[in-house]
Design a protein around this ligand. Sequence first.
Ligand code: FE2
Length: 242
Amino acid sequence: MKPTCHIADAVIGDGPADSPVESTLSALGAALKARDAGTHAHSQRLTSYALALGRLLGLPRTELLTLERGVFLHDIGKTYVSEGILRKSGPLSRTEWVEMRLHSAIGYGIASSIPGLRAAAPIVLAHHEWYDGTGYPRGLKGSDIPLGARICSVVDTVDALTSVRPYRFPLSMVKACDQVWSESGTHFDPLVVDAFLAIPPAEWEQLQSSITRRLRLPQPEQVLSVRGRSSRRACTAFRRTF
Ligand SMILES: [Fe+2]
């Protein structure tokens, strides 16, 4: 049977689609998709973005493979976050944030318990650390944060800014690039920011469109044009799609 979720076309991979590690990745991806399809699509986009950056930074194949797996699984811990929090459209309360922030440590526990995914677990744990040490869960700083997590942090933010959300319009890739540049050295590793900005915004947009087509999701402009006719109806349609 064809896997529900296979990341091979992103992608590096080190064996056949039915190898134990690929099968486990497919199963975890399917679990995330069942729990929150929006997060699953986000993980697919991030995997492609991160690999583009990893290649530009000259990572060897084994590190690219670890990067691919870590970024694909970065939010797997959200399968344990309550649905009310995951689907909440407004700001989270203090208590809800405490639960949400547990997802990186929970994801680490999941990835590190699977032999073929252990190398990727530190990326999952550290993907919300900030370069200046003000992130979570451990407040790691600079190069103490695994490079894969520093890459994940940049592409995670870019995708959040440029994706359609039920409660706001997406930023253009150009504006997302400005935002990334403005947070270089605080939120993000300047080395990773430089690599990200070395790729023109139009190329990032092309990659974004190709992944959206592959996942058979509506392009942002399709969602926004429907929203223009009836924002309430469009938001409902969007929620069903994701
Ligand atoms: Fe996350």
